[in-house]
Design a protein around this ligand. Structure first.
Ligand SMILES: [Cu+2]
Length: 146
């Protein structure tokens, strides 16, 4: 592979790293039937990392805000469940289908998918950048340009 191709590959991966973020939602925090936070902003390609921290729960997609109507299969109480946002814009609703967690405890949540070119409210969300990858890519790119 030529140096230019290597550099292009590194820069492309760097760009992807900067744009894609991981957003953590705790499931069952404080041993309560809740998602924390229960609303997040994201853009297409971001990873929503559901971290099951207490109790027995799952995550399934629903058909509308606050709804307990299941439209996808869920994930049965893993330690982590990663969901990659594949919607360009709009809302994705989810809930816990275990027992009465949705109906009586309103264990629901919403992913607000923002147009990646028109983000207005991301400062309020717990975005986690993979800074280590950015650092390594930058060092390698700088080395190749010497
Ligand atoms: Cu639950």
């Amino acid at each position: 592979m030529s140096r230019a191709a290597v550099l292009f590959t590194i820069l492309a991966s760097l760009l992807t790293t900067v744009i894609a973020t991981t957003i953590v939602i705790n499931v069952g925090e404080d041993n309560k039937n809740q998602f924390v936070p229960n609303a997040v902003n994201a853009t297409k390609g971001d990873v929503i990392a559901f971290h099951f921290v207490g109790g027995h729960h799952d995550v399934v997609q629903s058909d509308s805000f606050g709804s307990c109507n299941q439209i996808t299969n869920g994930c049965p109480n893993p330690e982590w469940y990663n969901y990659t946002v594949d919607l360009p814009k709009g809302q994705i609703w989810f809930f816990c289908s275990t027992l009465t967690h949705c109906k009586y405890y309103n264990m629901t949540g919403t992913i607000f998918v923002l147009d990646s070119l028109n983000q207005t409210n991301n400062a309020a969300t717990p975005l986690v950048y993979t800074g280590f990858n950015i650092l390594i890519s930058s060092i390698v790119a700088a080395f190749l340009m010497i």
